[in-house]
Design a protein around this ligand. Sequence first.
Ligand SMILES: Cc1ncc(C[n+]2csc(CCOP(=O)(O)OP(=O)(O)O)c2C)c(N)n1
Ligand code: SF4
Length: 294
Amino acid sequence: MEDLGTYAENTWCPGCGNFAILNAFKAAIGRLEEQGIGRDRIVLVAGIGQHGKIFDYMNVSGFYGLHGRSMASAQAIKLANPDLKVVDFVGDGDALGEGLEHTIFAAKRNADITMILHDNGVYALTTGQYTPTSARGYRGPSTPTGTVEDPIHPLPLMLEAGASFIARGYSGELEHLTDLMVQAVLHEGFSFVDVLQPCVTFNNTWREYNQLVEITDRTATTPEEARAIFSRTDRLPIGVLYRRDDVPFHRRLYEDFNPVRDKEPREARQRRVAQFLGVPEEPEREYKGPRERP
Ligand SMILES: Cc1ncc(C[n+]2csc(CCOP(=O)(O)OP(=O)(O)O)c2C)c(N)n1
Ligand code: SF4
């Protein structure tokens, strides 16, 4: 998948968990193309942060959102053309701090977007302040004696908000992560993938995750089952942990209508606007060519 790379110099630290997310997504695009979803239908949206640089390193169309607001852009893109597969790469500070309301409302609507959370427990680009997912006691520039807050757990949060697909992956399990990404993109509805992403510079969790992470095939179909999986503290199960089928937002809004494919000709739209405004229709002007200069 070399042709998915770009000329941009990669500035991530050697050993950063973001590399696995980048490589897993490149591989996922290859797998999606085999299934008939060309990269011309895949749109990448990114927040601002170390995670967001994935947008610079992938030769796929997309959009840099504002910090915390990329999910708003992702939803707008999906509504403008529901044929697109929209994948939003976000940071934990980005999507659970600045942009928490956008994340919750996208899940509530069951917007057909895939959200990939680079969950490193720090605002890494701004050198390691604690975020909503930092462990209690985390020491960084904003919490030199350790944070006294308990972290937000993104999986139950997304369950209660209404996400219809909830998965957890790990940067240390690249093939497994690729598989999760493929399933998430194919899922019709809000798919959330929480990726445990060690930041070697400000929150190096490789050792801890290597001990705790466990691949599971168990997928909950009820909230009760899902809560039982999410609340485990002895291990960190990774996989598609919860899934249900539900009508996504764009279908609730306009069923199979597609604003791009089913667009009316310009004249028909002008006629409808004129009718709506109650003004007489503009007579069709005949084009007479460029005016002659006096
Ligand atoms: C509204 C707003 N607040 C703060 C910033 C500064 N800022 C840029 S990147 C960043 C940290 C991003 O952290 P996170 O989302 O956790 O991503 P990471 O860098 O860890 O991948 C911050 C605070 C900003 N750009 N916009
Ligand atoms: S600071 Fe952390 S998140 Fe950023 S590139 Fe380095 S290891 Fe990765």
